[in-house]
Design a binder for this molecule. Structure first.
Ligand SMILES: CSCCC(=O)C(=O)COP(=O)(O)O
Ligand SMILES: [Mg+2]
Length: 219
């Protein structure tokens, strides 16, 4: 018996274009100004420390010294242009998007079937959780400030890559453990076949969503 519906965001609840053509460019054009504005913030320093560590493994020459903010911003642009799912990049993007959601220049875009599907799962007594590469803060913003209103009351848990990568089987086992259920009691929805494969190997029930083929979350 399914207890938990676990949802991916990009390509599942939200058009890929909203992430790649609205959210990513919004952050991309603000990496440097954001780092400059928050250069004394310990929270932002901690994120740039993690970025610097990751940069040590990259064969690039854009970021010569740790305190060079222009270099850090260039590395962030490089990572986001490749859609890398690095946790430090995702943490920083979430912080940058907050301003856009707060001044209403950003509104999280949801497919039309999202609200009916959330209502259906609630009626069936299921809990709804999110698992996205976007940070938990970014997830709460996209659902809290969406084009169809504040959807957070429907959602009981949020998971990001702090629990593990979405392609790792163990991430789905850890999510089940965290929620106090077995993987077999989780139904995971995603547009990414490799995520679907990992969740299935963990024992979850899975549905691959192919929006280009008019798939819907409703059953
Ligand atoms: C939280 S909205 C931004 C989503 C994001 O940054 C991303 O990389 C999409 O990843 P997902 O796991 O939702 O496909
Ligand atoms: Mg996706």
């Amino acid at each position: 018996m399914i207890q938990i519906v676990l949802l991916d965001i990009e390509g599942t609840t939200t058009p890929i274009d909203f992430v790649t053509k609205t959210l990513f460019p919004y952050a991309r054009s603000r990496y440097l100004s954001f780092l400059q504005e928050h250069s004394t913030s310990p929270e932002i320093r901690e994120i740039t420390d993690r970025l610097w560590l990751s940069y040590q493994d990259e064969p690039l020459s854009c970021w010569p010294e740790k305190d060079d903010l222009a270099g850090a911003a260039a590395y962030l642009r490089y990572l986001s242009d490749q859609d890398r799912k690095l946790t430090a990049l995702k943490d920083l993007q979430g912080k940058i998007w907050r301003t856009g959601y707060e001044d209403s220049s950003l509104k999280g875009e949801m497919y039309d079937d999202v609200i009916p599907a959330l209502q259906q799962w609630k009626q069936q007594g299921r809990k709804i959780a999110i698992y996205s590469s976007g940070s938990v803060a970014a997830q709460q913003l996209i659902f809290g400030c969406s084009n169809v209103g504040d959807l957070r009351p429907y959602i009981s848990n949020y998971f990001d890559t702090q629990i593990g990568a979405k392609l790792d089987v163990s991430s789905y086992q850890k999510i089940a453990e965290h929620l106090g259920v077995t993987p077999q009691e989780i139904h995971f929805y995603s547009d990414n076949p490799r995520e679907i494969e990992a969740a299935q190997k963990a024992g979850c029930v899975v549905t691959e969503i192919r929006r280009e083929q008019q798939d819907t979350l409703l059953t």
